[in-house]
Design a protein around this ligand. Structure first.
Ligand SMILES: Cc1cc2nc3c(=O)[nH]c(=O)nc-3n(C[C@H](O)[C@H](O)[C@H](O)COP(=O)(O)O)c2cc1C
Length: 242
């Protein structure tokens, strides 16, 4: 039986040594399906999930992750990839989805309005935010938006670096969904940014625009793979009631 959300959150620990016991790749795939249900900025889903079970590729990736034991002893790996470069394709997919949702005769006034608003969002606003040219357009937009922002509330995160953060933020949420789902079925994980991302990209044959968000090792924890009790700063230090 699966753990409850709270149980899974408490069970999950970053695991640095796994047992030699294999894990079921279908279960891992199911957890990745849960990952894709994470919320995402503008529902653009600017991510991909590479599920690695091939031994030779696992070995290559272990080297690219500096031979960390969390990777060397892992049964499988998941690489979460941020794909900001796919924004046009994803915006189009959203518009197509809207067309199917509203594909019925005699749409009410309210539905027509909703369809137009949502379609405009993907056809006009999303391109305004995402179109860039080596960061130059993004910077110009940033300056313009800061000036407009003197007079009214406005979205300010328009620089190339801001848009990269937007994509990585959503990819991180998906990664967490994945790790919680894995914990729920008794599997363990370790999220890692300690990797040579260029090499990881080359091994997975990723295009230039793709960015490695996280490498997540997967398996079943060996007790010595949990490095000590969990440490968190006191809750009162990070909790602010307003
Ligand atoms: C973005 C990110 C990158 C991380 N990179 C590594 C890593 O490269 N190697 C590693 O052993 N652990 C890595 N960790 C795991 C953290 O060290 C771990 O989450 C933290 O110590 C808290 O422990 P817990 O996950 O067991 O609660 C990473 C975690 C996150 C969220």
């Amino acid at each position: 039986m699966e753990k409850t959300v709270t149980e899974a959150i408490h069970y999950r620990r970053s695991t640095r040594v796994y047992k030699a016991e294999p894990i079921d790749d279908q279960k891992v795939k199911h957890c990745l399906k849960n990952a894709t249900l994470a919320p995402t900025s503008s529902n653009l889903q600017l991510w991909e999930f590479y599920h690695i079970t091939d031994k030779a590729t696992l070995k290559q990736l272990a080297e690219a992750c500096f031979n960390q034991s969390a990777v060397k002893t892992a049964q499988q790996l998941v690489v979460v990839v941020a794909r900001k470069d796919l924004w046009r394709k994803r915006a189009k997919a959203n518009i197509e989805f809207l067309n199917t949702v509203y594909n019925k005769p005699n749409l009410s006034e309210r539905d027509l309005k909703r369809k137009k608003m949502a379609t405009d969002y993907y056809a006009k606003l999303v391109p305004t935010l995402y179109i860039d040219c080596f960061g130059l357009l993004g910077f110009i937009k940033y300056i313009v938006f800061q000036i407009v922002g003197l007079f009214k509330p406005i979205y300010r995160q328009t620089r190339l670096s801001d848009m990269r953060i937007v994509a990585h933020k959503s990819a991180g949420l998906a990664a967490q969904n994945f790790m919680t789902s894995m914990a729920a079925v008794g599997y363990d994980t370790c999220p890692m940014e300690g990797s040579d991302t260029l090499r990881v990209k080359q091994i997975l044959k990723l295009p230039r625009g793709a960015e490695i968000n996280m490498v997540i090792s997967c398996g079943i924890r060996d007790d010595k793979g949990i490095y000590g009790p969990r440490f968190r700063v006191p809750f009162e230090e990070v909790y602010v009631a307003v």
